[in-house]
Design a protein around this ligand. Sequence first.
Ligand SMILES: Cc1cc2nc3c(=O)[nH]c(=O)nc-3n(C[C@H](O)[C@H](O)[C@H](O)COP(=O)(O)OP(=O)(O)OC[C@H]3O[C@@H](n4cnc5c(N)ncnc54)[C@H](O)[C@@H]3O)c2cc1C
Length: 508
Amino acid sequence: MQKRINHVVILGGGSAGWLTAGILAAEHQAKIKLGELSISLIESPNIPTVGVGEGTWPTMPQTLKKIGISELTFLSTCHATFKQGSKFINWHHSNKASSYTHPFEVVPGAVEGEQAKFWFNQDRGTSYAQATSLQHSMIEAGLAPKTNRLGEYDAYFNYGYHLDAGKFATLLQQHCTTKLGVQHVLAEVASIKLEESGDISRLVLANNAEVAADLFVDCSGFKGLLIGECLGVGKISADDALFANRAVTVQVPYADANQKIPSCTLSTAQESGWIWDIGLTNRRGVGYVFSDNHSNVDQAHQALEAYLKTDFSSQLVVNDIKFTSGYREKFWHKNCVAIGLSAGFIEPLEASALVLVELSATFLAEHLDQASQNMGAVEAQFNQVFSYRWQRVIEFLKLHYLLSERTEAFWQDNKAAQTIPDRLQHLLNEWQTRPPTTSDFPQAGEVFQAASYQYVLYGSGFIPKMMPKQLPQYEQHIRAQKQNIAHNKQQLLQGLPSNRALITSLIQ
Ligand SMILES: Cc1cc2nc3c(=O)[nH]c(=O)nc-3n(C[C@H](O)[C@H](O)[C@H](O)COP(=O)(O)OP(=O)(O)OC[C@H]3O[C@@H](n4cnc5c(N)ncnc54)[C@H](O)[C@@H]3O)c2cc1C
């Protein structure tokens, strides 16, 4: 029987729970004010959230704007900084220094393939990112994507953030409860009652109070209390393709309060994984994500210590997080939708977790009314769209490992044919004779587009067997674009403040 959705309960108050609450409540403000919809978020006062220094995707500024949060408030409360992409250090070789960048800037779709053809045939003296992206030089120089003369959420370059996830959840909580009418219940869910149909009927709290709802959003973290433990939806493993299953993380204070803050995530390859280095305003978040089938925690600690040139017996607290790579067989089942870690998790290379939260919550917000009419149809569409997205994210992350010439077992095992998803192998064969283009990634809201594949593919040193020349009608346009890059680069290098300088001037 179809039920109107008048009450949505979100279980979990991490970034996923509060982002979902904010996105849903902002979209349905009118109904909340009229009393036609209520949104409640239940979180345990005892079960902690996952809070590592985190990177977002460039969708986040628009999400925050839509929810109605001031960028200045966000920057100052979450110790946030601007992120313009990622820099991959030493991913090519074990014993020879190398690096490439993946800037967020996207070359316009119509010319993206043509530009790659031009670069390959006529411009390979410079790296692909340097030849095609102005943002690459801003990243290398550690500059901000804008000046303080631009308004909130405006910038010269596409950007995301580095943020403190714990502070972020607290900011979202305050905003959702005081401005958007979200009800906050601080209590632990002790058990769950089902209807005969198998739908969830109510959550029973530790004090025996019961909370009923028409739709439940499971944001309870890795365990997936509703979708997994209660409704029995299993996971599809991704560990045959992506081997990282553990992370040791540490928060590192700045030696000097004016220390430079990179405007990208630094990802430095290691023997059995890679180390992320994220600069917030008050500290760095650093972690070694690795495969414990190829290494162990002691070795991971040693690698982190060597990277940080410090000894942990000093004052730093190291956290050890184990995870299994994979995603749910279904994200929406009965009257329950899983968003965040309960939906799945794969290693944080390219920071795809929060963007999937934003996309899932936005889909839910946009389809809430249809779900009241025909939940089965929305459930099927949601599951189809997000299975596609998770598979594409896995393929994109795998691409980073494939072209490395590193010699350690972890890297060699990553190249084994049976670990490469079929679709990615098929595309790699295609890209032997043409660049990645939009037609390879045809769906609306693709998490990683052809431009991202080009940065990683050519940054990793992929050399196609044959690359056609660009179409003659684009040559003039591409040369003009190159001149623009050269001309604007000097001006921007002189005119843009450093990442730290901009944030300091904004939040003072
Ligand atoms: C090592 C690592 C690095 C990461 N890096 C990035 C990154 O760079 N970029 C990115 O986008 N993402 C990253 N992520 C993922 C990101 O941390 C999560 O996607 C994000 O924090 C959302 O988590 P969550 O809200 O789903 O779960 P959690 O933060 O675990 O929150 C779960 C919530 O559920 C509540 N809960 C659980 N059980 C109960 C119960 N019985 N009753 C009541 N409440 C309950 C808890 O109290 C908590 O509030 C990383 C994750 C890891 C592990």
